[in-house]
Design a protein around this ligand. Structure first.
Ligand code: UN1
Length: 498
């Protein structure tokens, strides 16, 4: 019998109302059942939201430094459990151990950073125009938040949302992706062990329709924080808009690395290989386009292909593996579909483009790292998010043309430029339409102390991480204290005295 993992509602681990369980299997080896997880529905959501609403009444009154201490303790426990959680994560979603260790580390960094905000969360104290009167602004919690997260960063992304949400005084109902519920259970257990009171963090696992929809639409949920596809993000935003709910979205990307003729080409190739094939390309920030100056495109492509063909594909738990499997069959089919689309559109597949045959590969959702050349900017493989190990190489004749191609998609999450020319670098930083820009580094690898998010169809104007995330999880309250003992009329009496 494999282990059964339950929902966490009001401080108790409970089975789903349906009495049903869903399977979580290892994408590197389908015969390996990771566990059975509660297959929740709207009734579990109801119970979890009610618990979160009750939890909010006391949690919001606990001083922020105290709330932050609990988050800090959770971070310390993640340090102790890092290796075990990284192994669980590789087993359930496939990316290699180095990367799952990085994922847990990102959650640790977020815990420590967010905990610091418990003693900051600055507002303004400002001069006011009338005598014997005082003005300031304070951050207040919003209420119950729905946290809906993807499988590609099973602990880092929930941590970006849940840690600051808690420090700010909100309570949460967390619905993780069904491909990575074990990392969610590990995360929530850690918070419970760190002393989060009952009802403050609730976990409901299950399908998007059965759990996600009733959760984000629930009238007592005052805010939604979602990372996932642009399509689902639009639907969530519509629902949230109707109820005037706070709604923060991190959606798709079609990130590009621009390589100018003066770039350090080996560095640019290193960046492209890491940016395109880490996490098997399943990152919002993944490099899916390399836009290369025509003077260096053939050298760049040659060196790139040589590197890609040496990448060691295999189970993420095996030492020496550089790229693991895709997360599930659906994702594999999407990648296969886009490779066919690329070929039909007339792009040249220069390496990869197949499922690797034989042996252990038969048991998992493996796909070769793939590079297309002769890609035109208007092709679908240069426009649409693939979320897999597929890199398109495009040609440009100048910085200006490169920037136009780079900006010519619906998305705007991450971008990078490789050049030794500081003027060109800064011009690119100004002109690139994206929330994140790297100079001489790949499009992946954001750190938690700076804002994370994007423009255009990548989001709806919010940011996670850094100080910026406080704007998602707090409401401003402006406070005026009049100690003059008389009626003072702003804008009127101040003029008379002048
Ligand atoms: C994501 O792909 O959704 O910058 C998050 C990075 C990671 C986070 C990626 N730190 O690539």
């Amino acid at each position: 019998m494999s282990e059964k993992y339950m929902n966490f509602i009001g401080g108790e681990w409970v089975a789903a109302s349906t009495g049903k369980w869903f399977e979580n299997r290892n994408p590197a080896d389908r015969t390996d059942l990771v566990g059975l997880f509660a297959d929740g529905d709207a009734r579990d959501v109801e119970a979890a939201v009610a618990a979160a609403a009750r939890g909010f009444e006391t949690w919001r009154l606990l001083p922020a430094p105290k709330r932050a201490e609990i988050v800090l303790r959770a971070g310390e426990r993640l340090v102790e459990r890092k290796e075990a959680f990284a192994r669980d994560m590789t087993r359930e979603m496939g990316k290699i151990l180095d990367e799952t260790r990085g994922d847990v580390q990102e959650a640790i960094d977020t815990a420590f950073y967010a905990a610091g905000e418990g003693r900051r969360m600055f507002g303004d104290t400002v001069p006011v125009e009338l005598p014997d009167k005082f003005g300031m602004s304070v951050r207040c919690p919003v209420g119950v938040f729905a946290i809906v997260t993807p499988w590609n960063f099973p602990m880092a992304i929930p941590s970006w949302k849940i840690f600051p949400a808690l420090v700010c005084g909100n309570t949460v109902v967390f619905k993780p992706a069904s491909d990575t519920p074990l990392s969610a259970v590990n995360f929530v257990r850690t918070l419970a062990d760190a002393g989060v009171p009952p009802g403050v963090v609730n976990l409901v696992t299950g399908g998007g329709r059965a759990v996600g929809s009733p959760l984000v639409e629930h009238p007592r949920v005052r805010g939604v924080s979602f990372t996932g596809s642009t399509e689902v993000g639009r639907t969530i935003a519509e629902g949230a808009g109707k109820r005037l709910k706070r709604c923060s979205l991190e959606l798709g990307g079609k990130n590009a690395q621009l390589v100018l003729e003066d770039a350090d080409l080996d560095l640019a190739v290193d960046g492209a290989v890491w940016g395109a094939f880490a996490t098997a390309g399943q990152r919002c920030t993944a490099t899916s386009r390399a836009i290369v100056h025509e003077r260096v495109i053939s050298t760049f492509t040659e060196r790139l292909v040589a590197r890609v063909e040496r990448l060691k594909l295999g189970p993420g738990l095996d030492p020496g593996t550089e790229m693991g499997p895709l997360v599930n069959e659906g994702q594999l089919k999407t990648v296969e579909h886009y490779v066919r689309v690329g070929l039909d559109e007339g792009a040249t597949r220069i390496t990869g483009g197949e499922r690797p045959g034989g042996g252990a590969f038969e048991k998992g959702w493996f796909y070769e790292p793939t590079v297309f050349t002769n890609v035109r900017p208007d092709m679908r493989i240069a426009q649409e998010e693939i979320f897999g190990p597929v890199l398109s190489v495009l040609r440009c004749g100048s910085l200006e043309e490169g920037l136009a191609i780079l900006n010519g998609t619906a998305y705007g999450l991450s971008s990078s430029i490789y050049t030794r020319d500081v003027s060109k670098a800064f011009r690119a930083v100004r002109e690139i339409e994206a929330g994140i820009v790297y100079v001489n580094g790949p499009t992946i690898g954001a750190e938690v102390q700076l804002p994370f998010g994007g423009v255009k169809d990548t989001g709806n104007g919010h940011r996670e991480a850094g100080r910026a995330v406080l704007d998602v999880f707090t409401e401003w309250k402006s406070v005026y204290v009049d100690y003059s003992g008389r009626l003072q009329r702003a804008q009127i009496d101040s003029r008379k005295e002048a």
